[in-house]
Design a protein around this ligand. Structure first.
Ligand SMILES: [Zn+2]
Length: 160
């Protein structure tokens, strides 16, 4: 668990690698249902799985803490003034930022990984990527967020 926590604050390469390895284990099991990936051989398969793990970690570690990933439109707040409403009512109200969807930080582009994965796995098509691979990666981000919350709790508990 501390490995996950360390990955976020970027403490060590070793921690990061441990997280990637554990994500890869999970992804290997989960992709047995995704034939174009499952049927890949040797190094290609390892590369494809590793890319997915690294991409998940990339999305996860961008969450607000990293200044250079901060959304330029809302400056990391995740909210912008609703101009339409402002013009109508004169009241300042906030809405989720359109650019980052309220996250406050820019996500890495899915196209960067889909392009490479589609090349690596010739049987994979874009629709499969969106329907099967993307949700898997998003699941991994959730796993990382849960692990971080648990590590936070453990840390909090230890200091009391
Ligand atoms: Zn934004």
């Amino acid at each position: 668990m501390s490995a996950f926590f360390g990955a976020k604050i970027g403490s060590s390469e070793q921690d990061r690698e441990r997280v990637i390895q554990s994500l890869m284990q999970t992804l290997l099991k989960k992709t047995t249902k995704v034939k174009p990936i499952h049927s890949l051989k040797g190094r290609n398969k390892a590369t494809a799985i590793r890319m997915m793990a690294v991409f998940a970690l990339d999305i996860y570690s961008r969450s607000a803490a990293t200044p250079d990933a901060r959304c330029t439109r809302c400056k990391g707040r995740g909210k912008t003034v609703d101009r339409v409403l402002f013009q109508k009512t004169g009241e300042q109200s906030w809405k989720d930022c359109d650019k980052c969807k309220g996250r406050g930080f820019n996500q890495p582009k899915w196209s960067t990984i889909s392009t490479v994965l589609l090349k690596l796995a010739p049987d994979l098509n874009h629709k499969q990527f969106q329907r099967q691979i993307q949700p898997l990666i998003e699941d991994m981000v959730t796993v990382l967020n849960i692990a971080e919350a648990e590590a936070d709790r453990a840390l909090h508990h230890a200091s009391h």
